[in-house]
Design a protein around this ligand. Structure first.
Ligand code: CMP
Length: 139
């Protein structure tokens, strides 16, 4: 049932959108460790989100519930008010709070109009859980 629930959340994407997500995952130190099936589920389940210049996407110190890939535009990462980096198309952010169960380590704000791909913590967990369940069943 869990797999069906996740599948129902699939968002259709063009081949080039899928390729962009796969490439971004491959460039991220943590996400690149996912296997092919997990990556393809991530690709199917990521949702599109659009922000306007100045929108706060992530606030440092808060609970995190999603991670993101920049599809278009630029976002600025700051910590305690200091600029850390500007991220653009193909960069992953917001993964730390999801992967390590910590509070947001920095703030992220839209600089331009920004298109993002986003995946919620719960959806990400379901992908991982589904995988380990399958592995157990094979033993
Ligand atoms: P997270 O802590 O979930 O939310 C804030 C995000 O900012 C964080 O995940 C990283 O994706 C990103 N981030 C934190 N520190 C840096 C840094 N030094 N350079 C670039 N990105 C960062």
């Amino acid at each position: 049932p869990e797999v069906l629930e996740i599948s129902a959340n699939r968002v259709n994407k063009t081949a080039s959108e899928k390729a962009q997500i796969v490439k971004a995952i491959g460039k991220n130190d943590f996400l690149r460790r996912l296997d092919e099936e997990q990556i393809s589920m991530m690709v199917d389940l990521m949702k599109a989100l659009e922000c306007r210049p100045g929108d706060d996407i992530i606030r440092e110190g808060t609970e995190g519930d999603s991670m993101y890939i920049v599809a278009e535009g630029e976002v600025k990462v700051t910590q305690a008010g200091r600029d850390l980096r500007t991220l653009s198309s193909g960069n992953v952010f917001g993964e730390l709070a999801i992967l390590y169960n910590c509070k947001r380590t920095a703030s992220v704000k839209a600089v331009t109009v920004v298109k993002l791909w986003c995946i919620e913590r719960q959806t990400y967990r379901s992908i991982m859980t589904n995988k380990s369940k399958k592995k157990r069943e094979q033993l």
